[in-house]
Design a protein around this ligand. Structure first.
Ligand SMILES: Cc1cc2nc3c(=O)[nH]c(=O)nc-3n(C[C@H](O)[C@H](O)[C@H](O)COP(=O)(O)O)c2cc1C
Ligand SMILES: [Mn+2]
Length: 510
């Protein structure tokens, strides 16, 4: 399994790593440069190596994935040079396999190179950025994974939740209502038990990716990650919290969340491109141990409008793949692709599903389920179902389908009181924000009238084949586009066949 350091090497080898050795401030400068650089798609990883106040030889990485498709493929052990559509499909096919972690002795784990306890702990020595001018403080945790264990069945959850620094030995953990670690914490606190947690930074990229998707609430997310990349995660057992922790992480901050221990956290410039709810009471982590590698690397995730949002193509691919996997597990047939457009608030806002329509109601069923399966329900506002001749990863094609196959007066349904978050700026007053709504948009050809639906103008296969064969003869130095749908009505007939009068009258060719 690729480690963070290996991903940085891989990024360097494909010319997608920018090392910043000039001095920068943790206060708005690293995030600001990320925002500017990532205005262009496919911007490189930014590795800041000379950060004000940073101790322990620590550095920080921004824009790890962003819109860097090849870096995402490498992290998911997928082949290079594939389209986003193919990457979604590969990822979907790898979901569902389970490979349990391989446990190694704690002293063999690179993250245990340096261990701090008690008054030696000071997390302000890490280059935790303040991202945006109105942020409430410095965020140690943005591209993190919080490791927790279920009180009842013992399975391990991984979740990416933001963590603002409260003091040298205390950080917050902000989790939205309904998130897995939050539900687990409620069980511990109901019994007045402290909740053992470990916040992990700079772990294997595959773990970061799994941390931010919704996996079944009963499933060990280490097993799920192992299955995803077909290789076990290496973990060691902590004698402090009893948690199994990723051995090759850069930094692990470990401790307990005590019942009733809350303070005011935020605001934070969020994935929506807005500050979420104002400062509010949020639980704290009492840090009792810090583990780190020598010269540890802190992973940081800028939340912003596209394409500068770290939740870019990576989330489009993995959230899309998980929704597809959930639909498949429910037995919905004919799904040809799913994508969560990164420009839609980091992939949270909009889901496009492509189906081969097989029966009356199939499109409406797909839309309703895609809107509400666990992996797709959080925040999403627009669920668009398109036919199989439309590539769901191509926003232009989806908009074309919406403009030509979707009739607003009959093809839109609304779901109300759905799973949302304090971070949705459209719900006001802010107290109402955790309930959302969703529009289901059926942009498929009308099933009731498929026979009379205007035929799409398509090339004839034989003409396509002929032109593609002569492509380079015409002097084009790039590959011809790959088409999948062709005109079949005239198969076997002469090219010059005139339209027959009776067809013209029936409106068939109008
Ligand atoms: C960089 C990044 C930061 C995130 N920050 C938060 C956060 O602060 N709070 C939250 O509830 N979800 C946050 N999320 C979304 C969750 O990680 C996601 O919903 C995930 O499914 C949570 O894990 P869980 O399903 O095990 O609860 C973030 C995702 C990413 C990629
Ligand atoms: Mn989970």
């Amino acid at each position: 399994m690729l480690s963070l350091r290996q991903l940085l090497e891989e990024s360097r080898s494909i010319g997608e790593l920018k090392e910043i050795t000039q001095p920068v401030d943790w206060c708005e400068e690293m995030s600001g440069l990320n925002y500017l650089v990532a205005h262009r798609e496919n911007a490189p990883v930014l590795w800041f190596q000379n950060i004000k106040d940073a101790r322990y030889g620590s550095t920080a990485v921004f824009n790890l994935f962003g819109t860097g498709k090849e870096r995402i493929a490498a992290s998911l052990s997928l082949p290079k040079g594939r389209s986003i559509r193919e990457l979604v499909e590969f990822t979907k096919n790898n979901f569902g396999r389970k490979i349990p972690p391989r446990s190694i002795p704690a002293e063999k784990a690179p993250v245990n190179e340096i261990i701090q306890e008690g008054s030696a702990i000071d997390v302000t020595g890490f280059p935790a950025p303040k991202f945006w001018p109105l942020d409430g403080g410095r965020y140690l945790g943005t591209w993190d994974v919080l490791v927790t264990r279920d009180l009842e069945d013992g399975h391990i959850n991984l979740g990416t939740y933001r963590q603002m620094i409260h003091g040298p030995r205390e950080i917050f953990c902000y989790w939205s209502p309904g998130k897995d670690a939050r539900l687990q914490s409620e069980r511990y606190w109901a019994q007045n038990k402290p909740f053992p947690v470990a916040a992990v930074y700079g772990c294997d990229p595959a773990l970061l990716i799994v941390g931010c998707i919704t996996v079944a609430k009963t499933e060990s997310e280490y097993d799920f990650t192992g299955g995803l990349v077909n290789e076990p995660v290496e973990t060691f057992r902590s004698d402090l919290t009893g948690l199994d922790l990723p051995a090759s992480a850069e930094i692990i901050v470990e401790g307990f969340m005590h019942p009733g221990r809350l303070a005011k956290e935020g605001p934070f410039g969020e994935f929506t491109g807005y500050y979420g709810r104002p400062e509010a009471r949020t639980p704290l982590i009492d840090i009792q141990r810090v583990r780190m590698r020598k010269n540890p690397i802190l992973t940081c995730a800028l939340m912003a409008d596209y394409p500068a949002n770290e939740l870019g193509i990576v989330y489009g691919i993995v959230r899309g793949a998980k929704v597809w996997n959930d639909l498949e597990n429910l037995g919905v047939p004919g799904v040809k692709g799913v994508y969560c457009f990164p420009a839609a608030a980091g992939g949270f806002g909009m889901t496009a599903v492509s189906i081969e329509q097989r029966y009356p109601g199939h499109a409406a069923q797909t839309a309703a389920l895609a809107a509400q399966v666990p992996s797709g329900a959080y925040y999403s506002k627009l669920i668009v179902v398109v036919d199989d001749d439309v590539d769901p990863t191509d926003l232009h094609q989806v908009i074309w389908a919406m403009s030509t196959r979707f009739d607003p007066e009959k093809d839109i349904d609304i779901l109300r009181n759905t799973w949302s978050t304090w971070l949705d700026p459209t719900k006001n007053p802010p107290e109402e924000r955790i309930y959302g709504s969703k529009a289901l948009i059926n942009a498929c050809k009308e099933h009731k009238h498929l026979k009379v639906f205007s035929p799409r103008s398509r090339l004839r296969r034989e003409v396509y084949d002929r032109l593609v064969a002569r492509w380079s003869e015409f002097g084009f130095d790039y590959p011809p586009p790959r088409l999948t749908h062709f005109e079949e009505a005239l198969d076997g007939k002469s090219q010059a066949l005139p339209i027959r009068e009776d067809e013209e009258e029936s409106g068939r060719r109008m």
